[in-house]
Design a protein around this ligand. Structure first.
Ligand SMILES: NC(=O)c1ccc[n+]([C@@H]2O[C@H](COP(=O)([O-])OP(=O)(O)OC[C@H]3O[C@@H](n4cnc5c(N)ncnc54)[C@H](OP(=O)(O)O)[C@@H]3O)[C@@H](O)[C@H]2O)c1
Length: 269
């Protein structure tokens, strides 16, 4: 790990920050002796106290960190920047803040700052996340490799241009919500059809997880998988034809577009 000797600082280490920190320490991507965490919430500091990293209250106490992981809430960004201070030397800032672009971060810290924005999704909680890394133009290959190593401990990573921010937010970012809606509907109907309410969620969750794994691990396209399971004249085909007749594809497309457009609106874009 080339950056292992560098000093890494976390600014804000709540739900998301602590997931990244814990997984990266466990995987050996971060060295606890070279990791400093600035977290102002005393309860959160107590939770992190067994990890072997240096814990401080204020970002001003971070010292000279070459890489900063910024994991405060978007509305806490300006305050955090003021406390961290300007960047005279040129460091890497990796941000997981939703809706704050690399331009804003670079303007706040100074032109020497290299920025990578990351869009994680909910399954990072079970280390099956999908994290999109969007490096700004100043980020080096080494910076990107470090970001991939760090977020790779929480699942898979992809590199995308920042122009894809709202599209990727609408896909992998919000996607777990869409799949949860489908799962919720399937479970409700399974129970209505007489399946044990304790068993129905297992059937649905495992069907979703298994289908996702097939798509991810076999390289099969969704269209091929659908054709493979829908025998002509069979049950799956009957369901799919009914769903298509009801406009499910347009409904999914419109929903994804709504998420994309909402993101642009919220960011003032
Ligand atoms: N959680 C997710 O699933 C998720 C998913 C995707 C992206 N994100 C992004 O991740 C970021 C963090 O979200 P989160 O859910 O982890 O929030 P969180 O649990 O509230 O964590 C933020 C932590 O940072 C601390 N903090 C804020 N300003 C600080 C400062 N100036 N100095 C030191 N500590 C400071 C907060 O302390 P206080 O409690 O005292 O404010 C809090 O403990 C957000 O920008 C969000 O958009 C989160």
């Amino acid at each position: 790990m080339p950056q292992k000797m560098e000093q890494v600082g976390f600014v804000g280490c709540g739900e998301m920050g602590s997931m990244v920190l814990t997984a990266a320490l466990q995987a050996g991507v971060l060295d606890p002796a070279r990791t400093v965490v600035a977290e102002r919430n005393p309860d959160q500091r107590t939770k992190l106290s067994g990890l072997g990293v240096q814990l401080v209250e204020f970002p001003a106490e971070l010292g000279q960190c070459d890489q900063i992981i910024l994991a405060v809430r978007p509305q806490q960004f300006a305050e955090a920047v003021a406390e961290i201070g300007a960047d005279d030397h040129g460091r890497l800032v990796i941000s997981v803040m939703a809706g704050i672009g690399s331009n804003t971060i670079q303007t706040a810290f100074g032109e020497n700052t290299r920025v990578i924005c990351v869009m994680p999704n909910a399954p990072v909680r079970v280390h099956a996340g999908m994290c999109a890394l969007m490096p700004a133009s100043q980020a080096t290959d080494e910076d990107i490799a470090f970001g991939q190593a760090l977020f790779g401990t929480l699942g898979k990573t992809v590199i995308l241009p920042e122009s894809n921010l709202w599209a990727v937010t609408a896909l992998s970012g919000s996607g777990p919500g869409y799949l949860a809606l489908i799962a919720e509907t399937m479970v409700e109907h399974a129970i209505e059809m007489g399946i044990d309410p304790d068993v129905a969620p297992i059937l649905v969750a495992e069907t979703m997880a298994g289908t996702g794994r097939m798509l991810a691990e076999t390289g099969m396209t969704p269209a091929r998988l659908r054709a493979a399971v829908a025998t002509p004249g069979g049950t799956t085909e009957a369901a799919i034809n009914s769903m298509i007749d009801e406009g499910v594809q347009q409904s999914i497309r419109r929903g994804i577009q709504a998420a994309h457009d909402r993101g642009e609106t919220l960011s003032g874009g």
